[in-house]
Design a protein around this ligand. Structure first.
Ligand code: PMP
Length: 367
């Protein structure tokens, strides 16, 4: 028999203060024919790649616990990046690793510096981990980082999170900014390279790890590898950073199927080259064609999405969904991104639908 007055009970009254006000994540997903809202890879993957993954998925024993550190996968990732295995920690998607970095190195009195607009989870996870956030906003026109303000803020911070290419603005982190942070401050500096496979081949900062022990790189299999559902990401960093992450992680967060499939995917990564090349070519075509529609402002992107500014963005997003069955991400209420939508690069057919739909809608706003 319940002794409490159930009507008055609310678990929110019991929740840890840092967590009050958080709501369950709602991706605002509506079933649509074309979903270009989450920067996933929508291309059909090469049959050889799919076959390797299928074999790997069916070869594991589910009655055994996973290897906590996913060492076979770490070995392959170490080969991929030319680093030693002790410089890699695998996680349940990049999200888990971002959270764990804040859990390990943040906390009361240890500031995280970010450069919004950026990936919203940085600030959310920081708040959950009692970590104060100092925001150094990007230039509203170019989304360039305010280098001096960032270095100044970072000089008293524990952590800096930067994204290259940045989500949702698509631009790369400039080497000069990173160099100054690593030489002029003592902060741990994370460069989130979730989308780096879509940028020029020399865009990654992984080669800087050998010289800079406070540099941390985040990678994921959710984007170029087309494995967002598998939930595998990893951090590359100095072995002592990896040790700290290993000490606090949920020991079995990367399950046996995820480890086996991720290993097969990384081993077969050469098969993905044509897919990534096609996404990059389609991104440039999408950007060109959208840029020609009157009323649309588009920023150059090095990732698998484009950011556009257009009249009445929130309504356009709803009309794309309801009249054209196309889902894109509305950023129009994010500070610095007024009037902006983010559109993931889809297949050529999906992109054609987006272009035609926006051409149609633009007839109304250009009169
Ligand atoms: N970093 C950035 C910049 C992202 O956009 C995302 C996902 N949207 C992530 C990290 C996390 O990706 P995942 O958890 O799927 O690896």
């Amino acid at each position: 028999m319940a002794t409490d007055n159930e009507g008055l009970f609310d678990a929110a009254d019991y929740v840890r203060p840092a967590l009050s006000g958080f709501e369950p994540y709602d991706p605002a997903f509506t079933p649509c024919k074309i979903n270009l809202s989450a920067n996933e890879n929508t291309h059909v993957m090469p049959p050889g790649f799919v076959e390797q993954l299928r074999c790997a998925a069916t070869s594991v024993s589910l009655n055994r616990y996973p290897d906590p550190m996913a060492n076979e996968l770490r070995n392959e990732l170490a080969l991929r990046h030319g680093v030693s295995r002790d410089m890699i920690c695998v996680g349940n998607g990049g999200d888990e690793l971002l959270f764990n970095l804040l859990f390990a190195f943040g906390g009361a009195g240890r500031t995280l510096v970010t450069c919004p607009p950026d990936f919203a989870e940085y600030a959310n996870f920081a708040t959950m981990c009692d970590t104060p956030v100092v925001r150094i906003p990007r230039d509203p026109e170019t989304f360039a980082i305010d280098e001096d303000a960032l270095v100044k803020a970072a000089s008293t911070a524990a952590l800096v999170f930067l994204t290259s290419p940045n989500n949702p603005t698509g631009n790369l982190l400039e080497a000069e900014v990173l160099s100054r942070l690593l030489t002029e401050t003592k902060a741990l500096v994370l460069v989130d390279e979730a989308y780096v496979e879509f940028a020029a081949s020399d865009a990654s900062f992984v080669s800087w790890l050998a010289e800079h022990p406070r540099l941390i790189i985040l990678r994921t299999l959710s984007k170029a590898f087309g494995l967002a559902g598998l939930r595998v990401g990893y951090v590359l960093a100095h072995p002592s950073v990896i040790n700290q992450l290993a000490a606090i992680r949920q020991i079995y967060s990367v399950d046996v199927v995820a480890q086996a499939v991720a290993l097969a995917a990384v081993q077969s990564r050469k098969l993905l080259k044509p897919v990534v090349a096609d996404i990059v070519a389609e991104r440039d075509r999408l950007a060109n064609e959208l840029g020609e529609i009157s009323g649309i402002r588009i920023w150059p992107s090095e990732a698998n999405f484009v950011l556009v500014r257009l009249p009445d963005a929130a309504r356009v997003r709803t009309r794309l969904r309801d009249e054209f069955s196309i889902l894109v991400r509305d950023f129009s209420s994010t500070p610095g991104l007024e009037g902006c939508l983010r559109i993931t690069v889809g297949t050529p057919e999906e992109n054609n639908h987006v272009i035609h739909a926006l051409r149609d809608l633009s007839k109304e706003w250009s009169v």
